[in-house]
Design a protein around this ligand. Structure first.
Ligand code: SF4
Length: 331
C-alpha cells in the first residue's frame, strides 16, 4: 500500500510548550482500545492517577485542560511512560488520513498553529511524496473514477500555483472547472481538460449574506461566535500567497473523497469559501494573523463532522456561498 503525503509534511514538529494554543486544552480525547488496555496495566502511583482520570474511555478534562497537562504545559504521560505510550489521537494529532483503495493520503491539519504556519509558508504546490507501508483496512474504489479525479486535482494544483492570475480569477475559473468535472462524473465522461481562465467582471460583494451563512453552524468554541459578530462590517484581508495555499490544502484534503460520494463541486467550493472566510477573519496580511484565523476556522468547520457536512451541503444552497459572491468578495 502507498502512503502519499504533501511535500511539507516532514517539516512538522509539535512546538509543545511554545504553542499558544495547546491542543491538550479544550478537546475531548477518546482513548483507543489498545492504549486503554496498556493504561489499565500500569502499576504504582502513576497507574492509579491514570485510571482515576479516565472515564468512559476518555480523559476527564479539568476545566478545559487534559488532566495530564502539567503546569509547564508538558505531558505527564510522556514524562512518566514515554512518547510511544500516547493514545492514537494524541500521537497523530494534527495529522489526518484518507483511504482510497491501495492508497492512503494524509497531511497535517490547519487547526494546529504550527501546521498552519507550515501550510501557509510551504503549501504552494500540491506536490507530494510516496512511501510503501503495510496494508491497512481500506475501501475499494472505482479505478477509472479515481484516476479521473486524481488527474483533475493535479490540473487544479497546477492552475492554483500560477503567478500570472489573481486569486479571485483563479476562484472564478475553478468554479467553472468544478462544474465541468462534476458533469464528467455525473455523465461518466472521464475526460480532464486543463483549467481555463474565465473572464469575470466583479460586481458588489454581499459580506452580510456570506457571514450569515455561517450562523447556523454549531459553535465548537465560544470565540467563534465572538469572531462572527465582528465580521459583518469588515473587509477581507487578501494575501494571495496564503489564500492560494489554503485553497490547495482544502483540495488536497477533501477533493478525492468525491470518489465515494460523487460530489466534486462542493469540494472546490469548500476551498474557495474557506479561503474567503479566513481572509475575512484575519486581522492583517501577516502570517500570524492568518494562522490565528485559519486555526479558529479549521476547528469550527473541519473538526466537527456535522459542521463539515453542513458546509458541503450549504455550498449549493446559501446565496452568500455562490461563486459570484465569493469572486466579488475576493476581488
Ligand atoms: S496545537 Fe500543534 S503545535 Fe500546539 S501543542 Fe498541539 S500539536 Fe503541538
Amino acid at each position: 500500500m502507498k502512503l502519499r503525503l504533501p511535500d511539507y509534511y516532514k517539516k512538522f514538529k509539535c512546538i509543545a510548550d511554545r504553542c499558544s494554543d495547546n491542543c491538550c486544552i479544550g478537546w475531548e480525547i477518546c482513548i483507543d482500545e489498545k492504549t486503554m488496555e496498556f493504561y489499565n496495566s500500569v502499576t504504582g502511583e502513576f497507574g492509579k492517577r491514570l485510571r482515576d482520570n479516565i472515564k468512559n474511555g476518555s480523559f476527564m478534562l479539568c476545566g478545559e485542560r487534559c488532566p495530564f497537562l502539567n503546569d509547564d504545559n508538558l505531558c505527564d504521560i510522556i514524562i512518566n511512560l514515554g512518547e510511544n505510550r500516547l493514545c492514537g489521537i494524541c500521537t497523530e494529532h494534527p495529522r489526518y488520513y484518507g483511504w482510497y483503495g491501495d492508497v492512503k493520503e494524509g497531511g497535517i491539519g490547519l487547526c494546529c498553529e504550527e501546521a498552519a504556519r507550515i501550510i501557509l509558508e510551504y503549501g504552494n504546490s500540491g506536490n507530494f511524496f510516496e512511501e510503501d507501508i503495510p496494508c491497512e483496512q481500506t475501501e475499494d474504489v472505482d479505478g477509472e473514477i479515481y484516476d479521473f479525479l486524481f488527474r483533475a486535482r493535479e490540473n487544479i494544483f497546477r492552475f492554483l500555483e500560477r503567478k500570472d492570475i489573481s486569486f479571485a480569477d483563479k476562484v472564478s475559473s475553478l468554479f467553472d472547472y468544478g462544474e465541468k468535472i462534476q458533469d464528467g462524473l455525473d455523465f461518466e465522461v472521464y475526460d480532464v481538460s486543463s483549467v481555463e481562465k474565465s473572464d469575470y467582471s466583479a460586481g458588489e460583494a454581499q459580506i452580510e449574506s456570506f457571514v450569515c451563512a455561517f450562523e447556523d453552524f454549531e459553535a465548537i468554541d465560544q470565540s467563534w461566535n465572538d469572531a462572527l459578530e465582528k465580521l459583518k462590517g469588515k473587509a477581507l484581508v487578501v494575501n494571495e500567497k496564503y489564500l492560494t495555499n489554503i485553497f490547495i490544502y482544502f483540495v488536497w484534503r477533501y477533493f478525492m473523497k468525491a470518489v465515494y460520494d460523487g460530489d466534486v463541486f462542493s469540494k472546490i467550493s469548500l476551498g474557495a469559501i474557506s479561503a474567503a472566510m479566513i481572509a475575512l477573519m484575519a486581522e492583517g496580511e501577516d502570517e500570524e494573523s492568518y494562522v490565528k484565523a485559519a486555526k479558529l476556522y479549521s476547528k469550527e468547520i473541519e473538526y466537527s463532522e456535522e459542521n463539515l457536512a453542513m458546509m458541503l451541503e450549504n455550498c449549493y444552497t446559501e446565496s452568500g456561498f455562490s461563486a459570484e459572491n465569493l469572486v466579488n468578495l475576493l476581488s
